[in-house]
Ligand binder design. Structure first.
Ligand code: FPP
Length: 256
């Protein structure tokens, strides 16, 4: 089945026409609590979370979102979660990347990973590189996964890899020089950042790219994040007034 034969969002899933985010970010929080509520192992929450992610990408395509970036594993998770949980997450990710080729082709998803990828297990690095290679020509949706990622680590890495630039640079040239050394220099700023699971913080996610992002927090646990929740986030975004430091009250976004 091709995407063009999928029906679009239903009336209750559809945000008001007009303004939608060009680049949408997700902090997918609440997998562990979802599992605990059901007396299941935390890992089962991650498996359900992966399914929710799969469904969310379909919704993003339906809603014509151009780019989606999701926080799968932070540098802090990498250092502090149990070996068993990390191994499960690595295997889950590698498995999905290997299994979802058809889906990525069907949805025309261009996959990218960001983070300190070189510290990941070899099998996962290979799966990431293969998926990146094989989907690089897809034009439907850029999907980035942040794995062993930290916003401060990204800035420190950019700075240390030459992004500090030439001291003679002035004004905005300094930011351009640093941005060229971020993990994916082609990644645009976030328009909307959604965090599930009830916490209201950034947790070191995309510090550079979320400078002017609209923030949306929902108590819904990630595995329960549905089409209606997705539409509610987009609807809220469409009501925001984005000024980027100016005094104008016009709304602008990915397509405005
Ligand atoms: C935060 O929930 C979630 C994570 C640390 C992992 C996110 C991973 C997924 C959604 C699965 C991704 C899978 C693929 C294939 C990319 P938490 O465990 O911190 O939840 P809690 O706050 O309820 O404990």
């Amino acid at each position: 089945m091709s995407l063009s034969s999928d029906s679009g969002p239903s009336a209750e899933e559809r945000p008001p026409a007009g303004v939608r985010p060009g680049h949408l970010g997700f902090i997918m929080d609440g997998n562990g609590r979802w599992a605990e509520q059901r007396q299941l192992p935390r890992t089962q929450g991650h498996a359900e979370g992966a399914e929710a992610l799969r469904q969310m990408l379909r919704l993003a395509r339906k809603h014509h979102i151009a780019e989606v970036t999701c926080f799968a594993l932070s540098t802090e998770n990498f250092e502090q979660r149990s070996e068993e949980e990390l191994q499960f997450l690595f295997d889950l990710l590698a498995h999905h990347l290997e299994q979802e080729r058809e889906e990525m082709e069907r949805l025309q998803i261009c996959f990218r990973a960001i983070g300190r990828l070189q510290e990941l297990p070899r099998r996962l690095i290979d799966a990431i590189e293969k998926a990146q290679r094989e989907t690089s020509g897809h034009k439907g949706l850029v999907f980035r996964l942040a794995v062993n990622y930290g916003g401060r680590a990204e800035l420190a890495d950019a700075f240390c890899s030459g992004g500090a630039g030439d001291p003679s640079l002035i004004g905005a040239q300094k930011e351009t020089a640093l941005a060229a050394h971020l993990y994916d220099p082609a990644m645009p700023d976030l328009d909307l950042l959604v965090r599930t699971g009830g916490e209201m913080r950034l947790s070191n996610f995309l510090l550079w790219h979320s400078s002017y992002a609209e923030l949306y927090f929902t108590p819904v646990l990630w595995p329960d994040f549905s089409a209606v929740d997705f539409a509610a986030a987009l609807e809220e975004y469409s009501r925001r007034s984005r000024r980027f430091g100016s005094v104008s009250t016009t709304t602008s976004g990915g397509d405005a």
